[in-house]
Write a protein that binds this ligand. Structure first.
Ligand SMILES: Nc1ncnc2c1ncn2[C@@H]1O[C@H](COP(=O)(O)OP(=O)(O)O)[C@@H](O)[C@H]1O
Ligand SMILES: [Mg+2]
Length: 247
């Protein structure tokens, strides 16, 4: 589904990604883990076309995408939810999902009220249902608890009917009980929609429960890759995590 090959990305003289390779197979739940500053979010930004890599390539379903603009990549089947929520806080959940849907069409709604777009309204209803937000659809995002905001973000990232979903720390900021709920929710939703997942997460228990493949990134380089069981017992991984800035 997704092939990252030898991707390098520098900021000034600083190598945030150094020849990073990883391969996400269709239907897999693939975790990208590593201490803060390892380069995880940078890699997501490269995959979705927000950053252009300085070297290497990214392929989606066999096609090279690392030179394409983000909207093209989204239309090719990639949904993304970054750690910082993308919803407009002053708008309702429903309006946010509608904007995500209309955004895919390149802003054709300019100046017209959202209520004019029937097809998008129906689809928004469906997406809100998928993430369990139908009851709060008309509340403004600012009033939603963090867990609901994260669900809203996921609904928005599903607007383009992705085959591959990228979730950057979907559990961050949630309480223990909420994390558990969110994890179950993500798992159920993705299996139901038959999506492939690439996600980053600090919660080791969550990673081991959700992921069937793990890539460990450390200081911009791939330290290890494998099945959760092997990764958990890899001495280099243990060392990097205990010795690093991992919270
Ligand atoms: N736009 C940027 N400009 C300069 N440095 C950046 C930029 N984005 C990320 N970095 C740096 O790259 C490194 C990796 O960051 P990031 O990908 O956010 O790590 P992670 O998501 O694993 O915590 C960090 O040292 C960060 O400061
Ligand atoms: Mg990050």
């Amino acid at each position: 589904m997704l092939e990252v090959r030898e991707v390098t990305k520098a900021f000034g003289g600083f190598l945030a990604l150094n020849r990073v390779s990883l391969s996400v197979e269709r239907g897999r739940f693939h975790a990208l883990v590593g201490p803060n500053g390892a380069g995880k979010t940078t890699l997501f930004n490269v995959i979705v076309g927000r950053y252009r890599p300085d070297g290497g390539e990214v392929r989606l379903k066999g096609r090279r995408i690392h030179h394409l603009p983000t909207p093209r990549i989204v239309r090719m089947g990639v949904g993304v939810s970054f750690q910082r929520a993308q919803a407009f806080l002053s708008m309702t959940a429903r309006e946010n999902v509608m904007l995500a849907l209309l955004g895919l069409r390149g802003g054709v709604y300019r100046g017209r009220p959202l209520s004019r777009f029937r097809r998008e309204a129906e689809r928004a209803e469906e997406l809100l249902g998928w993430v369990g937000l139908e009851k709060v659809a008309d509340r403004v995002a600012a009033e939603l608890p963090l867990g609901d905001l994260k669900r809203l973000d996921i609904a928005m990232s599903l607007a383009g009917d992705p085959e591959l979903l990228l979730l950057d720390e979907p559990l961050a900021g949630l309480s223990r009980a909420e994390r558990r709920q969110m994890m179950d929710f993500i798992e159920r939703l993705l299996r139901r929609l038959k999506l492939t997942l690439l996600f980053t997460e600090h919660d080791t228990d969550a990673v081991l429960r959700l992921a069937d493949r793990i890539t460990v990134l450390h200081q911009g380089e791939v330290l290890a890759e494998g099945e959760p069981e092997a990764i958990k017992n890899d001495p280099r991984v243990v060392e990097a995590f205990l010795g690093g800035s991992h919270a």
